[in-house]
Ligand binder design. Structure first.
Ligand code: NAD
Ligand code: AOT
Length: 313
């Protein structure tokens, strides 16, 4: 498959690396100049569960998208939510009549932005339960295990979804076909709405968070607010299962040592977070549906306070 990965951060690098090593033609496109320069000079360096790997993957800045133009069959979108619209605008030359686009980013509502740039029937969405982190430009840490859930946004995309599943499977990305995309996205958003936010606010990793006395209670409150909004959109979340999945993922033998991507943004790199697409999205929906969302409101305000306090960019 000919694949362009938008975003060569932690997660884009994981997908780019796995798919390239499995024999696909892969290019990566990234807006962080120092990262692009480092990958070009030294290859993409990955610490894959303790094994050092270097892979030479062509990488371009968004402004160079026309040079990267390889009539990609598939574009995988893995930037941070506030970067999405800008990078789609910059890489417009990549979108051809038959190019399919799959967005695997955390958060709710990315399809509304994608539809401005991509034919709706060419859009697929999904969630990734893998983790990743950047050690520095051109260097990523890929620890633990994970899987991917994907589905087409409209029925016309089903054949492409199955092709992607085949390519991801051969690359070891452990894909599953989701029978209910909106359920998968809400479920993952709950996980992020609890884990990403609380680790960033408590300044801890996932296993440290799970060991704190009030975490399970707070998790139930947050998940119930996501579930109340999801219900208004016809999605019935199994709250008990979601709360259990949150605690299981925090176990040290799973990915408990992971510092979530919101922690990496806010605490390590002083970058603005994806809060407005996770708990913030639920606060906005709550107002629209007349559903109280006090925990999501407070958490969104606290994360924005912290962004402002540390001068996040
Ligand atoms: P990332 O922040 O590592 O990379 C995203 C973009 O930001 C890339 O273009 C990258 O080059 C740039 N970038 C990264 N660090 C930077 C820095 N210090 N200065 C300037 N630019 C920088 O993002 P990610 O973790 O790969 O996340 C991509 C998507 O995947 C997000 O929606 C995220 O929520 C989701 N996701 C991440 C993880 C994870 O463990 N990292 C897990 C599941 C889902
Ligand atoms: C995560 N982490 O989604 C992945 O760091 O943004 C992130 C993220 C799978 C299960 C639990 C947390």
């Amino acid at each position: 498959m000919k694949i362009a990965v938008l975003g060569a951060g932690g997660m884009g690098s994981r997908f780019g690396l796995y798919l390239h090593r499995a024999g696909n033609e892969v290019v990566m496109i990234d807006g962080w100049k120092a990262n692009v320069d480092a990958i070009r000079a030294n290859g993409l360096k990955a610490d894959l569960n303790g094994t050092e790997i270097v892979d030479r993957i062509p990488v371009f800045t968004p402004e160079e998208a026309d040079k990267a133009d390889m009539n990609a069959d598939l574009i995988i979108v893995l930037v941070k939510a506030p970067q999405l619209e800008g990078i789609l605008e910059a890489v417009k030359p990549l979108f051809k009549e038959d190019t399919h686009v799959i967005c695997l980013m955390n958060g709710i509502g990315h399809e509304d932005v994608l539809k401005k740039y991509v034919k709706p029937e060419n859009i697929l969405l999904g969630v990734t339960m893998w983790t990743a982190g950047m050690k520095g430009p051109g260097s990523v840490e890929l620890l633990g295990d994970g899987y991917v859930e994907i589905q087409e946004l409209y029925p016309e995309g089903k054949e492409e979804a199955l092709k992607i599943i085949d390519a991801f499977d051969k690359a070891g990305l452990r894909p599953k076909y989701s029978e209910n995309l909106h359920y998968s996205i809400y479920r993952k958003a709950c996980i992020n709405g609890v884990i990403n936010t609380l680790c960033a606010l408590m300044d801890c990793n996932m296993m440290e968070l799970a060991a704190m006395p009030y975490t399970a209670d707070i998790s139930r409150k947050i998940v119930s607010e996501f579930a109340a909004c999801a219900a208004k959109e016809g999605v019935t979340l199994d709250q008990e299962e979601v709360n259990k999945a949150i605690l299981v993922s925090c176990e040290p033998e799973h990915i408990g040592k992971h510092y979530p991507s919101m922690y990496q943004d806010l605490i390590n790199n002083h970058r603005k977070t994806e809060i407005d697409y996770i708990n913030g999205a639920i606060s906005r929906k709550g107002k629209r549906y007349d559903v109280p969302t006090p925990y999501c409101d407070l958490i969104t305000e606290l994360i924005h306070n912290k962004e402002q306090f540390i001068g996040a960019k």
